[in-house]
Ligand binder design. Structure first.
Ligand SMILES: Cc1ncc(C[n+]2csc(CCOP(=O)(O)OP(=O)(O)O)c2C)c(N)n1
Ligand SMILES: CC(=O)[C@@H](O)[C@H](O)COP(=O)(O)O
Ligand SMILES: [Mg+2]
Length: 636
C-alpha cells in the first residue's frame, strides 16, 4: 500500500483526505515517530498522544495564516511532519538538524518558539491583540497540556484573556500527566470533569429533570431568561467559564471527527474559548502507553522490545548521586524537605519521595512558587532543598533574590543540568545561572568537579546557615569512587590539583577534568600548567587564585557557561581588585550567542571547551604564533 504520509508536503495536502484516510495517516505518523525517536531520542509519549489532535488542528486551521502556539513545544513532531519537514525528520535534535521544539526560523508554520512551559496563552493573547490592532483576521490557538496549565503564567494569561474577551482558542490537551502524573487541585478538577457523570448532564437532561419537580417548569423559564441561561446550572468547565472563557468539551482526543467538530465550533465562536481534549500519552506504542513517564523524553531504544539503550555499568549520573545523597542526609536530619517543580525523575528527587513522602513536595510546573514556598519553610526552621534544572531556575530569579537571599534563608538550590544539556538545545542549556546568581548578596555558589565532590557540596549546603546553590551537569559522573563519609567543604576554599609556574588553568565543575588532561598534554610540550579547582564560584578563593596568578601572570579560565558575567568575569574582577589587572587572562566559555542543539561533545569542541582546545589556546598564546599541535591524551 502506498504511504499517505509521503504524499503530505504541506497541511494543504490533508484537506481532501477522508476520515478513514486520516486514520491510516495517523497510524503512519505514529510509526514514523517511533522509528525515528528510537534512533535520535526525543519526546516520544507526548507526540504519540497528539497525533489526531494535530491532524484535526491542521484540518480546521491554516497555519500559513492562523497561528498555533505549542506550549513547551515538545509535542510538535506531528506538526513538523505535516509542515514540510518530513525529509529532515531523521535529523531531529541532531547537530545541524531540525530542533525538537518549534522554531520560527525553521518554518513559517512555527508561529512562536517554545521550550519552557506555560507561555503559550500569553503569547497567543499577544498575537490576538496585534491582529485586532492591525485589523487583520486569523485565528490564534494555544495548545497547552494539563501539566503546563499548572504554571503560574498560564493562570495569569487566562485571567487577562478572559477579561479582554478577544477571539482566542486554548486547546487543553489533558492526558492526566505532566512528565510524572500531574498534581494539584486543577488536576483534580480536570479529572472530575472527565469522570463525574454529573458534569456531563446536557441542557436537555436538566430541562427534563426540572420538568419533573414541582414548579420546575417555572424555574426553567426563569433560569433560561438569565444572561447565560442554563449554563450556570449545568455547564461543565465552570471554572473556565467564570474566567470568561466558553468551555467546549471534554472530547475524546483520538476521535478525529469529534475533535474537528469542536475545533470548528471554537473557530466560529466569539471571545476566548477553551477546548478540553482528552488524550492518552504514548498512544499506539505499548511500551510508551504503559510507561508514559519513562517515554516522555527518551534516549535511543529498541522498537521491538521498548528497551532503552543505556550503557551498562557506567558511572552513576550526577542526578543519581544527588538523589541518593539527599536520602542519606535526610536520615539524620528530619528538617530536610525536598521540593520539585514537576520533575521528580529528572532531578532524582523521586528517590527522596519514596523514602520520605511526607517531606516531599511536587508543586507542579511552578518554579517561582517552589522557591518562595521553600523560603517559607526555611523561615519556619526547615532545610528545604529545591531541585530545579538550571534553565528553569531562570523563571524564579526574583524569588531567589527577594524571598530567599535578601532574608538570608537557608535554602539549598540544587541546580541540575547546569552547562550544555545537548539535544534539547538553546531553550534548555543551563549556561546562564552563574551570571544571574553571582550578583546576589548572601548567596554561596559551589560547582563540584565530580560526583564525589557533589555529595560533599550538598552536605555543606545543608549545614550552611544561608542560601547556597550547588550546580552540576546532566549525565554521567566521572566514575570516581564515592567517599563513604560526607564532609563539609571549607567555605570559599578551592584546591590545587597540579602545581605549575607557566600558566594557571582555572576550570569550573566537570571541566576541571579537561583542565587536568590539558595540563598533562602541556607538560609534554614543556609547559608547566597549574590546575586549580576553584570549587566555590562565590565566594572565590581569593588567596589561592591570587597566589597562582602572581606566580604565572598567565591565567586561563574555563567554564561551560556564558562569558558575560560568568566565572571568568568573576576572576577578572578579583584580579582588578587586587591590582593585577595587567595579568594575562584568557576566558574560555560561551560567547554572546545561543548554542544550538547537538551532542555535548560536539558543542564543547566547537566552543574550545575540551582538553585539546585548552592546550591549543595555551600554546598559541605563549608562542604568540599559531602553532601546529597534535593532541594526544596522555593519562587518565
Ligand atoms: C518552566 C518549565 N519547567 C519545567 C519544564 C519541564 N517539562 C517539560 S514538559 C513537562 C511536562 C508537561 O506536561 P504537559 O503540559 O501536560 O504535557 P504532556 O507532556 O503531558 O503532553 C515538564 C515538567 C519545562 N519545560 N518548563
Ligand atoms: C521538554 C522538557 O523540558 C523536558 O522534558 C526536558 O527535555 C527534560 O530534559 P532531560 O532529558 O534532561 O530530563
Ligand atoms: Mg499532560
Amino acid at each position: 500500500m502506498t504511504s499517505i504520509l509521503k504524499t503530505i508536503y504541506s497541511p494543504q495536502d490533508l484537506q481532501n483526505l477522508k476520515i478513514p484516510q486520516l486514520q491510516i495517516l495517523a497510524q503512519e505518523i505514529r510509526e514514523k515517530i517511533v522509528e525515528t525517536v528510537a534512533v535520535t531520542g526525543g519526546h516520544l509519549a507526548p507526540n504519540l498522544g497528539v497525533v489526531e489532535l494535530t491532524l484535526a488542528l491542521h484540518r480546521v486551521f491554516n497555519t500559513s495564516v492562523d497561528r498555533i502556539i505549542w506550549d513547551v513545544g515538545h509535542q510538535s513532531y506531528v506538526h513538523k511532519l505535516l509542515t514540510g519537514r518530513q525529509s529532515q525528520f531523521g535529523t531531529l535534535r541532531q547537530y545541524g538538524g531540525i530542533s525538537g521544539f518549534p522554531r520560527p526560523d525553521e518554518s513559517v508554520h512555527d508561529a512562536f518558539g517554545t521550550g519552557h512551559s506555560s507561555t503559550s496563552i500569553s503569547a497567543a493573547l499577544g498575537m490576538a491583540l496585534a491582529r485586532d490592532l492591525k485589523g487583520e483576521e486569523y485565528s490564534v490557538v494555544a495548545v497547552i497540556g494539563d501539566g503546563s496549565m499548572t504554571g503560574g503564567m498560564a493562570f495569569e494569561a487566562l485571567n487577562h484573556a478572559g477579561h479582554l474577551q478577544k477571539n482566542l482558542i486554548v486547546v487543553l490537551n489533558d492526558n492526566e500527566m505532566s512528565i510524572a502524573p500531574n498534581v494539584g487541585a486543577l488536576s483534580g478538577y480536570l479529572s472530575r470533569l472527565r469522570t463525574d457523570p454529573k458534569y456531563y448532564r446536557s441542557k436537555d437532561e436538566i430541562a427534563d429533570l426540572l420538568h419533573k419537580i414541582p414548579h420546575g417548569a417555572k424555574l426553567l423559564k426563569v433560569v433560561d431568561r438569565l444572561k447565560d441561561g442554563l449554563k450556570y446550572l449545568v455547564v461543565p468547565g465552570m471554572f473556565f467559564e467564570e474566567l470568561g472563557f466558553t468551555y467546549l468539551g471534554p472530547v475524546d482526543g483520538h476521535d478525529l471527527k469529534a475533535v474537528m467538530t469542536l475545533l470548528q465550533q471554537a473557530k466560529s465562536a466569539n471571545g476566548p474559548v477553551l477546548v478540553h481534549v482528552l488524550t492518552q500519552k504514548g498512544r499506539g506504542y505499548k511500551p510508551a502507553e504503559s510507561n508514559p513517564d519513562r517515554f516522555h523524553g527518551v534516549g535511543p531504544f529498541d522498537v521491538e522490545t521498548g528497551n532503552i539503550k543505556k550503557a551498562e555499568g557506567g558511572p552513576p549520573s550526577y542526578t543519581e548521586v544527588f538523589g541518593k545523597t539527599l536520602v542519606k542526609l535526610a536520615r539524620d536530619n528530619e528538617k530536610i524537605v525536598g521540593i520539585t517543580a514537576a520533575m521528580p525523575g529528572g532531578t532524582g528527587l523521586n528517590l527522596f519521595a519514596k523514602e520520605y513522602p511526607a517531606r516531599y513536595f511536587d508543586v507542579g510546573i511552578a518554579e517561582q512558587h517552589a522557591i518562595t514556598m521553600a523560603a517559607g519553610l526555611a523561615a519556619s526552621g526547615y532545610r528545604p532543598v529545591t531541585a530545579i534544572y538550571s534553565t528553569f531556575m531562570q523563571r524564579a530569579y526574583d524569588q531567589v533574590l527577594h524571598d530567599v537571599c535578601l532574608q538570608n534563608l537557608p535554602v539549598t538550590f540544587a541546580l541540575d543540568r547546569a552547562g550544555l544539556v545537548g539535544d534539547d538545545g538553546p531553550t534548555h542549556h543551563g549556561v546562564f545561572d552563574l551570571s544571574f546568581l553571582r550578583n546576589i548578596p548572601n548567596l554561596v555558589i559551589v560547582a563540584p568537579k565530580d560526583e564525589n565532590e557533589l555529595q560533599h557540596a550538598l552536605h555543606t549546603a545543608i549545614l550552611h546557615p544561608g542560601p547556597m546553590a550547588v550546580r552540576y551537569p546532566r549525565g554521567a559522573g566521572t566514575g570516581i569512587e564515592l567517599d563513604r563519609e560526607l564532609k563539609a567543604l571549607p567555605l570559599g576554599k578551592g584546591e590545587v590539583l597540579r602545581k605549575g609556574e607557566d600558566v594557571l588553568l582555572l576550570a569550573v565543575g566537570n571541566l576541571v577534568e579537561e583542565a587536568l588532561k590539558a595540563a598533562d598534554a602541556l607538560a609534554a610540550e614543556g609547559v608547566r600548567a597549574a590546575v586549580v579547582n576553584p570549587r566555590f564560584i562565590k565566594p572565590l578563593d581569593r588567596e589561592l587564585i591570587l597566589t597562582y596568578a602572581r606566580l604565572t601572570r598567565n591565567v586561563v579560565t574555563i567554564e561551560e557557561h556564558v562569558l558575560m558575567g560568568g566565572f571568568g568575569s568573576a576572576v577578572l574582577e578579583l584580579l582588578e581588585s587586587a591590582g593585577l589587572a595587567d595579568c594575562k587572562v584568557k576566558r574560555l566559555g560561551i560567547p554572546d550567542s545561543f548554542v544550538e542543539h547537538g551532542k555535548p561533545g560536539i558543542l564543547k569542541a566547537n566552543l574550545g571547551l575540551n582538553a585539546e582546545e585548552i592546550v591549543k589556546t595555551v600554546l598559541n598564546r605563549s608562542s604568540g604564533v599559531k602553532k601546529e599541535f597534535k593532541f594526544k591524551a596522555l593519562r587518565r
